[in-house]
Design a protein around this ligand. Structure first.
Ligand code: BGC
Length: 745
């Protein structure tokens, strides 16, 4: 509810907006609603309306590009703090850190002179192979919503708009520019939309990015259902909708719905659908000028909120980038993001005092990742690799021997590796770019491109196979000769990337073979990974310790060393399921993996752990799983349904180990007498509880009535069935420690 004074201000603002709209000519209005450069909208200087400066992206403010070419400007002042990816942030389950990361991103965006930061990415992870999963948070809408709200709020405290993306259900990169997804309404409302709704209603995001894909036959950037009915009417969004780059296909459709700012990968800005073609259509009387006015209003409203215009202009936040406190917050987030998947015989932490020679094996030990991944790439001020972090921690007092262990074909980073640049080039050759331009549903060229990529992978495999034996030999020799061995493998942005999905869930570069060999000679080898999405770990029963790190930002190496040597007690938990094998996934079962032009989300709500529960499948590591160097005991659950609506629960968590740690407690509900088919259990709340050794804390949480609801398609609204619900308190989705029953009237 707005306060009286706020209401008055809003009224005044809307009046000013109306006045401005009246003063603008059609040409000027059209200038404002499409890109005038690759990352900037058009300005109207005559009336003091500035251009809107946008920038990627989710892991830090992307380097400057030339105005009309996908070539870095080559500046020396655009390196920034490299933030943990959203997948890393999500595995911290820490809303306070989400707030801090939002602040860093917002301050740095402002520091770099940006108005809109094209982040956060919050699509639900439907399939572990999706190339951009590393940019997203979770397979679960409640966890995503809980983290995205503080993130957005603190981005925007810096007078920078968050542009939450990609609205909606951008669940795969394969065919992302045109894939048509059939999604039933309930699944959409219960799984793919809630985090966006929270972003808009609670986070108050000033802008939303429309996705490339189609939902139920309509492009997301041209969908009246998505943009008008759901976003504006049902959720009350009055900010700006920005198209993904090149996601607008039709002047008529985009003009007729709430698509406010068309951005694209092309440099013929006047030919954008919402540029000259729109002007022509208006002149011919096919489209009313009112449609343009509505878009301009939404843009101006965002500009007022950002203090780009209006009376508060001089009070706009100044921003700052590369501050030491940004790096400090990034390190803490990295530390809390790393997930200890397995730790038998107290293999971790290592005791530096007992080691004279440490062997570090694996390419990801020495690799930096900030410069890859598509639009999430950034020019980092610095990035500390795990190897550098270990060496810095040990300070030269212990011999650290490194061997890559396996061969990774070098992919030189060229401008062409940027999909946007490649699309432009290909436009000339009548391929991808032409397809986007022509709004084709055909995808032969795309498939050809994908086939070439796969052929290259096969060629690479042959080269890897030829070079690996020697590298394996070196690594094994090193391992045999050391007091402790750490393997650092995983993925990189040749796999976790925009524009394509992985073709399987296996570790590339024959890493499985090397790990098997290492475990044969040293069963105490500490297996660690840096990667953006789950991999199969067929040898996992043989390993004593497995540590997973997502792309965790510039301080990855320091965080890594702190965990390995026990300076920090790991407290991250998985925000997505790690399946035993890809074939277990719902998407694999549908046989839809890799489908290009049409998919049906047949599994419905049964995505991630909801699928594993229903199918009684045991994943390798389940949603919510993560170990600590200490242990926690849960007890004393009491439940009270207040007025038969909200359920208040209290329980205690005790640190029964010898060191301080933090436990993420998870509350799931399992409807007992549901009137409709519902997932066996769903996450509804969580808390991260910090505890000194031996200490106990009481946790109190309230489950609001809304959390018990499901979407009723007939009534077109969320309803809660009366009856019994089992409340499960767990250390993971499979490690349920406490149970109780709550009854709703
Ligand atoms: C991506 C967006 C990104 C935009 C601008 C698109 O290809 O999907 O996430 O913000 O490019 O770089």
């Amino acid at each position: 509810m707005l306060k009286k004074s706020e209401k008055k201000n809003e009224k005044k603002r809307e009046k000013e907006i109306d006045n401005l709209v009246k003063k603008l000519t059609l040409d000027e209005k059209i200038t404002m609603i499409h890109g005038a450069s690759l990352f900037r909208s058009g300005a109207v200087e005559r009336l003091g309306i500035p251009a809107i400066e946008t920038s990627d992206g989710p892991m830090g403010v992307r380097a400057e590009f030339m105005d009309d070419r996908w070539i870095p400007a080559g500046n020396q002042d655009d390196m920034v703090s490299y933030l943990p990816s959203n997948s890393a942030l999500a595995s911290s389950w820490n809303t306070d850190l989400a707030r801090k990361m939002g602040h860093v991103l917002g301050a740095e965006a402002r520091g770099r002179g940006k108005d809109v930061i094209l982040a956060p990415g919050i699509n639900i992870k439907r399939d572990p192979l999706c190339g951009r999963n590393f940019e997203y948070m979770s397979e679960d809408p409640a966890l995503t919503a809980a983290l995205v709200v503080p993130f957005i709020q603190s981005v925007q405290k810096n007078d920078v708009a968050a542009c939450v993306k990609h609205f909606a259900a951008n669940v795969q990169e394969t065919g992302r520019l045109f894939v048509d997804e059939t999604i039933d309404e309930r699944t959409l409302y219960e799984l793919y939309l809630p985090a966006f709704k929270a972003a808009v209603q609670e986070g108050c995001a000033y802008s939303v990015m429309g996705a490339y894909n189609k939902i139920n036959g309509a492009y997301c950037c041209e969908s009246k259902t998505l943009l008008d009915r759901i976003l504006r009417e049902e959720w009350g969004f009055d900010g700006t909708v920005i198209s993904d780059w090149g996601a607008v296909h039709s002047t008529k459709e985009a003009a007729a719905c709430s698509m406010d700012l068309e951005m694209s990968i092309f440099s013929d800005f006047d030919e954008y659908k919402l540029a000259n073609p729109l002007k022509e259509s208006i002149k011919k009387g096919e489209i009313s000028e009112d449609a343009v006015d509505a878009k301009v209003r939404n843009l101006l409203r965002m500009m007022y909120r950002l203090k780009m215009i209006g009376a508060k202009k001089d009070t706009r936040e100044k921003g700052a980038y590369n501050l030491p406190e940004h790096r400090e917050a990034i390190r803490r987030t990295a530390e809390e993001s790393m997930v200890l998947l397995k730790n038998e015989n107290h293999a971790l932490p290592l005791d530096a005092k007992k080691i004279k020679k440490l062997a570090v094996i694996g390419v990801n030990a020495a690799k930096v990742h900030s410069d890859g991944g598509g639009s999430a790439e950034i020019k980092a001020l610095y990035e500390i690799s795990p190897l550098a972090g270990l060496k810095m921690y040990l300070g030269g007092n212990i011999k650290v021997a490194y061997a890559p262990g396996y061969y990774v074909p070098v992919k030189p980073k060229t401008f062409e590796t940027n999909w946007q640049a490649a699309s432009l080039d290909e436009l000339k050759n009548n391929t991808v770019g032409q397809m986007v331009r022509n709004e084709l549903g055909e995808n032969e060229e795309h498939i050809k491109g994908e086939q070439e990529r796969l052929t290259q992978i096969e060629r690479d495999k042959a080269e890897i196979h030829e070079k690996n034996p020697e590298l394996f030999k070196q690594a094994i020799a090193l391992a045999k000769d050391a007091d402790a061995v750490i393997f650092v493998g995983g993925l990189n942005h040749d796999y976790d990337s925009e524009g394509f999905d992985r073709s399987d869930m296996k570790l590339p570069y024959e890493q499985d073979l090397l790990i098997e060999e290492l475990l044969k000679v040293r069963k105490d080898t500490i297996i660690t990974f840096v990667g953006g999405s789950p991999v199969e770990m067929p040898w996992r029963d043989k390993a004593q310790a497995i540590l997973w790190s997502y792309y965790a930002g510039m301080e990855t190496g320091n965080a890594f060393a702190n965990i390995i040597f026990g300076e920090v007690n790991p407290s991250g938990k998985l925000a997505e399921t790690f399946p035993q094998k890809y074939e277990d996934c719902a998407t694999a079962k549908n046989g839809q993996s890799g489908a290009w032009d049409k998919i049906t989300l047949e599994e419905g709500l049964y995505c991630g752990y909801r699928h594993y529960d229903r199918q009684h499948l045991t994943p390798a590591f389940c949603f919510g799983h993560g170990l600590s160097y200490t242990n926690f005991e849960y007890g004393g659950l009491t439940l009270k349904a207040e007025k038969g609506k909200d359920v208040k629960l209290t329980f205690s968590v005790k640190n029964v180990g010898k060191r301080a740690g933090a436990e993420i407690v998870q509350i799931y509900i399992a409807p007992i007498a549901a009137q409709v088919d519902r997932p066996d259990k769903e996450l509804k709340a969580f808390a991260k509880v910090e505890l000194e050794a031996g200490r106990l804390k009481k946790v109190s949480l309230t489950l609001k009535q809304e959390t018990f609801m499901h979407f009723d398609v007939q009534l077109h609204k969320f309803i809660a069935d009366a009856g019994d619900y089992e409340i499960l308190v767990g250390a993971s989705c499979q490690d349920i420690r406490l149970r109780g029953i709550a009854t709703l009237n």
